[in-house]
Design a protein around this ligand. Structure first.
Ligand code: ADP
Length: 494
């Protein structure tokens, strides 16, 4: 890159290693590093959640009593600064009444009742902080509904601010299913007015306001996390009511596949697994399988039988209904299954019910456990992802790297990363099924098991997968192109 570095303010409600509930955090922890490598000047801002405070991070308080407009009031916040890596500061907005809670967004009983207040405050505080530390971003890159207000308030209350007069916004949709819906009468909290913003071409969505729609409508460009998902969300099947506005913004909508962080996810150097391995030395994978079978109290006979795994939020999106529907049939195929998941209590119960009937054949861990996720990825043969929809999906990319063969639904990023295995050519790295139907899922698993029986064929599929490269640098180049396009449009870049 020539000239002055592009200055990027990166706004995500979760960032690895500070706070994580899903793939968004992985992305927000990796993409800034890749942008920095490309020569950009990147800063991050996120809420100072209790779970981050509990980590006692190194850093210092940089701003006390930052004045933040909030509805008709002005509230104060303190700001703690730590870093993501050398040269990438992370500013943590501290307000105990909003962020000092056990979870990020809610409890199993539902979302926190004041999430609008929490994330509207986050949006305003982030902009006020930029003024206070005199960082003038060229790009504000917002992620998901929690930062979806920013593109709108930059056109509303901050529209005349000289500080942001050269700032363009990018809004990335990681999951259209989370729309940030709040009652219309709460709009004044956001600092926006009804006349200019609350209408069908604005952030109004069937009588409510949607912070996701705010990001889609008001950002200079919208991106989502895979090419296939960027097409799917413009259809009524996947658009969740947003398809019209997404079609309208088509010219500014880009699908950029997420990368994965090979420092964290590489079986050749993974610190969480009992033995490392790589394509020419796969013995380590057998050891990982043996250890996992013991750890999960599985029947020892599975050492020589196919073992499948799943690591997932327990949510309808992830197609667990299909898994529950075929669980008994899978077990009848003499395949073992290990599931790591947290979320919906009803789904937990349904899986546990079958698991309890088959001790030693289903290993179930309910909860969030990062080291165990690595051990499962390394220790199983087959990885199941029957998602109803999947914007990008990271676990299939981890699985490929770990020589664990994915069986997944042909949708979104799964379709963009998994190539169905073709026996006649020896090409392909996994198995895909089309319709969201239990029989189709089962047939795909049976296809995988057929190939598993022949060690040479299986080796070939594994090795095809392990060669795939989903590192971040390629995606970061594509984001850079989008940044440059919007800056050129605003006549900021020559
Ligand atoms: P999503 O963001 O929709 O949840 P992704 O596949 O993009 O799905 O990312 C999920 C991330 O969360 C992966 O890094 C996966 O390993 C991790 N993960 C999901 N559930 C658990 C869990 N129960 N324990 C540990 N890691 C989990």
């Amino acid at each position: 890159m020539t000239g002055n570095p592009i200055k990027v303010l990166f706004l995500s409600p979760e960032v690895v290693p500070f706070a994580k509930s899903g793939g968004l955090a992985d992305v927000a922890g990796s993409l800034p590093l890749a942008l920095k490598r490309m020569g950009m000047d990147v800063v991050l801002v996120m809420p100072y959640y209790r779970t981050i405070k509990d980590k006692h991070l190194k850093g210092r308080w940089v701003v006390k009593d930052l004045e933040v407009p909030f509805g008709n009031d002005r509230l104060q916040a303190d700001v703690f600064m730590t870093s993501l890596a050398k040269g990438i500061p992370v500013y943590l907005i501290d307000r105990e009444d909003l962020y000092d809670r056990p979870n990020l967004y809610g409890t199993p009983r539902g979302d926190y009742y004041d999430n609008l207040e929490r994330f509207a405050f986050f949006a305003h505080a982030s902009l006020c902080l930029m003024e206070s530390i005199d960082f003038r971003p060229d790009i504000i890159h917002c992620h998901d509904w929690q930062s979806g207000l920013i593109p709108a308030i930059l056109k509303g209350p901050y529209g005349r601010s000289k500080h942001f007069s050269r700032t363009a916004t990018i809004f990335t949709i990681h999951n259209l299913g989370y729309q940030g819906l709040f009652p219309a009468q709460k709009l004044p909290i956001t600092g926006l007015d009804y006349r200019n913003f609350f209408h069908a071409d604005g952030l109004e969505f069937w009588g409510n306001m949607s912070l996701l729609k705010s990001g889609i409508v008001y950002a200079d460009a919208v991106t989502t996390v895979s090419p296939t998902y960027s097409m799917e969300i413009q259809t009524s099947e996947y658009g969740m009511g947003m398809e019209g506005i997404l079609q309208y913004r088509q010219e500014f909508l880009y699908g950029i596949l997420n990368g994965i962080d090979y420092h964290q996810w590489d079986p050749a150097k993974d610190k969480h697994i009992p033995e490392t391995y790589y394509p020419n030395r796969m013995k380590g994978k057998m050891k990982c399988k043996d250890a996992l079978i013991q750890e999960m109290n599985m029947d020892a006979s599975f050492k020589n039988k196919p073992l499948a795994g799943m690591i997932s939020r327990l949510d309808n999106q992830k197609g667990l209904d299909l898994l529950v529907a075929i669980l008994e049939k899978i077990l009848a195929l003499d395949m073992g299954l290990i599931i790591l998941g947290a979320g919906d209590v009803k789904i937990q119960r349904a899986i546990r019910k079958t698991a309890d009937h088959h001790p030693g054949r289903v290993g179930l861990y309910i909860g969030f456990n990062e080291p165990l996720a690595h051990r499962i990825m390394a220790g199983v043969d087959i990885f199941l992802i029957p998602s109803r929809y999947e914007p990008c999906g990271l676990t299939q990319m981890y699985a490929l790297k770990y020589g664990t063969v994915p069986v997944a639904r042909a949708t979104g990023g799964l379709q963009d990363t998994i190539i169905p295995f073709d026996k006649s050519t020896g090409e392909g790295n996994g198995f895909l099924f089309g319709p969201h139907a239990a029989e189709a899922f089962l047939a795909s698993i049976e296809q995988a098991l057929e190939c598993y029986k022949d060690p040479q064929t299986w080796k070939r599929i594994q090795s095809n997968g392990m060669q795939a490269d989903f590192s971040w640098d390629r995606s970061a180049e594509m984001y850079t192109e989008v940044y440059q396009t919007v800056l050129k449009k605003r006549n900021i870049l020559a």
